[in-house]
Design a protein around this ligand. Structure first.
Ligand code: SAM
Ligand code: DTB
Ligand code: SF4
Length: 340
């Protein structure tokens, strides 16, 4: 039976069924099973740890948009590509508070603030972000930030301001990484993840499917995530949003079954993590999303916008939940359990 103890994407402690010695062969053996066997295994694992009918919601807000010096080939916010995006500096506190209140009102339990930075730099902008973290925390939402690379003291200051989780994706396998990003290394990413852990924040770390990578790279990412000393509490699985002007704008469409296989494999390898069905839902049919939930996805981004691109919105999502007889996770326990 599932337990209800997984408030706010947080687990109290790892249990014995968490393996951290996955090999590429193990992952491939899971992934390549006959589809019904794979789904059955993933759903069985899912039911052991979670309510299979429940989905948690997070709301994203881009608090600093565009003009990023990194060259991530998928990203509309990179200054290396002309995507026609309107840039803005760190948003005022009043604007962010209003968005956070609306997010809470609509049923989100987590509010994730993103900045198009390569790394956090000490100074005015970081002080403004710390202020935003305190403000959103005071609304009674779990706060998550995604700001690029962080050093140890910056991670500690974020944590002390009330930031609960930090999103920092590995995106793909170490082998394929250089095809997608040249301005930073896999090791840079791992170092920030360690700083986040050491500061006591929870880790949100996942990747993107559909960037021209092979199955080996997708599974290489999952092996990296699952073999970490502590598995990430949240694992966002994004399907590439193809944005005009980026080098990946013309990539082939991902086979929906391949994507569902990826979700199911993530669920089996990281049994206690929240698996978040992240970017790309505009291109997914309701049936494909339902398959992802059955395969163990138990979180989504809510609202009409991700950071800069479109997302299905509450009306659509609420209808889907209703048709599936599923429900959203309530946020009440959350606000008390993460009191700063
Ligand atoms: N600049 C910070 C960083 O890179 O960590 C934070 C913001 S960045 C936009 C957050 C994540 O969004 C990226 O790591 C990537 O996985 C995801 N992302 C960005 N553009 C995407 C796209 N077009 N499709 C799918 N996921 C995307
Ligand atoms: C994640 O893995 N996906 C979210 C969140 N973490 C920050 C971001 C998706 C961004 C999609 C492109 C955009 O809207 O700019
Ligand atoms: Fe986009 Fe983040 Fe890469 Fe900057 S670092 S280009 S915001 S994904």
């Amino acid at each position: 039976m599932h337990t209800d103890s997984h408030c706010c994407s947080h687990r109290a402690s790892d249990s014995a069924d968490i393996r951290r010695d996955w090999t590429a062969e193990d992952a491939f053996a899971l992934y390549s099973q006959p589809f019904p066997d794979l789904i059955n295994q993933a759903q069985t694992v899912h039911r052991t740890h979670f309510n299979p009918n429940e989905v948690q919601r997070s709301t994203l807000l881009s608090v600093k948009t565009g003009g990023c010096p990194e060259d991530c080939a998928y990203c509309p916010q990179s200054a290396h590509y002309n995507t026609g995006l309107e840039r803005h500096g760190v948003l005022p506190k009043e604007v962010v508070r209003l968005k956070a209140e609306q997010a809470k009102e609509s049923g989100s339990t987590r509010f994730c603030m993103g900045a198009a930075w390569r790394e956090v730099k000490d100074g005015k902008d970081f002080e403004a972000i710390l202020d935003l973290v305190r403000e959103v925390r005071s609304v009674g939402l779990e706060v998550c930030c995604t700001l690029g690379m962080l050093n140890e003291s910056q991670a500690q200051r974020l944590k002390d301001a009330g930031c609960y989780a930090y999103n920092h994706n590995l995106d793909t396998s170490p082998e394929y990484y250089g095809e997608i990003i040249s301005t930073r290394t896999y090791e840079d990413r791992l170092r920030t993840l360690q700083n986040v852990r050491d500061a006591g924040m929870t880790v949100c770390c996942g990747g993107i499917v559909g960037m021209g990578e092979g199955v080996k790279d997708r599974l290489g990412l999952l092996v990296q995530l699952a073999n970490q000393e502590t598995q990430p509490e949240s694992v966002p699985i994004n399907m590439l949003v193809k944005v005009e002007g980026t080098p990946l704008a013309k990539e082939d469409r991902v086979d929906p079954f391949e994507f569902v296989r990826m979700v199911a494999t993530a669920r089996i390898m990281m049994p206690q993590s929240m698996v978040r069905l992240s970017a790309g839902r505009m291109e997914m049919s309701d049936e494909m999303q339902a398959l992802c939930f059955i395969a163990g996805a138990n979180s989504i981004f809510a609202g009409e916008k991700l950071l800069t691109t479109q997302n299905p919105g509450d009306d659509h999502d609420n209808k889907l939940m209703q048709r599936l007889g599923m429900h959203y996770r309530e946020g009440k326990e959350c606000a008390t359990s993460v009191a700063a």
